[in-house]
Design a protein around this ligand. Sequence first.
Ligand code: SF4
Length: 392
Amino acid sequence: MVVKIMLKQHIGAPDTPIVKKGDEVKKGQLIAEPAGLGANIHSSVYGTVSEVTGDAITIDAASEQPDEYVKIKPTDDILEAIKEAGVIGAGGAGFPTHVKLKADLKDGVVIANSAECEPTLHHNITFVEKDPNTVIRGLKYAMEVTGSKKGIVAIKPRHAQAVRALEAAVKDEKNIEIKFLPDLYPAGDERVIVREILGIDLTPGELPLKAGAVICNVETLKNIARAVEERRPVITKDVTAGGRLKDAKTGKVFLDVPIGIPAKVLIDKCGGYVEPHGEIIAGGAFTGKHGSEDMPITKTLGGVGVAMPFPNEKRKVGILGCECGAQQPRLKEIAKGMGAEVVAAVNCKRMEDIGKGRLRCNKPGVCPGQAESVLQLKKMGAQVLLVGSCQH
Ligand code: SF4
């Protein structure tokens, strides 16, 4: 099998490869280093490097793949272990975790984000149900490294089995508690978590640190625990595959998928497509993007979705973007798939430009009525709308 390991899986610049074509590599071996803000990248397989470009390292995987891997160098320094292991925010943001945790939280809190908001994904909750203790140990390492005396696990009460598992895991932990998030989308957004759990409203663009908090996705915490305890680099990703797939209509969870394998491997493991099928989506249904069978699994790709074929739309389309759901570029992509002409595009009125063209919602999940925008789009010639928000 050919494995394609992307050099940019994190926020920041693409990594610099340190292997060349023809090199034999081992599972866990460091193959690329950060060039500025970034994180180490390791081979997820034993094999031979067949190509190195500015975007990716391609490896022909050997037929035998033993479980053993090259461990990161020994260290007693938690932050160093996290850095060496190449841990980044696994929830999708991809921010390097060793940078995020360089925070002084003497009077603050580390929050484990177990919201898993995207309706089609459930690999985070599955892992919490299966192994809550690893999540809690990862949380404790994050607390130790930031000096925080308090840890919180944020989860929606409807995940009853995961809640019970967590309750058992924290019963002897005096400094860790479980707090509930409302059952809304996007409850997993960091500013929503700060608002709902700590009662502090952050303005668009402000980070949780402003409220004395650092938030880590539960899979990131798992990777922290593995880096510290097993000297294990990040070489796998938990993924949910679902949609028009024979054995995975409501989603099938794959834990520890080797990074770099093509999405098609998971599609085949789900029995192949239900025909007719449409677009392959990289990520969740709300915030995912157009993907392909060839797209490689990365440290942040948590979803492989297969949609219905696009309907054929001949009417003129108006677009209403939402920061937390589908934004304008994604809606335009969908319109293109439908063969539709886009005649107008506006954003939800809560979206603010925080500079450099970055748009942020000023009250995620507290969505306004969109009548004004709808009328505006109609006036601009739209006969039918594509709406990115989940609420209206
Ligand atoms: S307020 Fe608007 S931009 Fe924010 S989540 Fe709701 S619909 Fe999206």
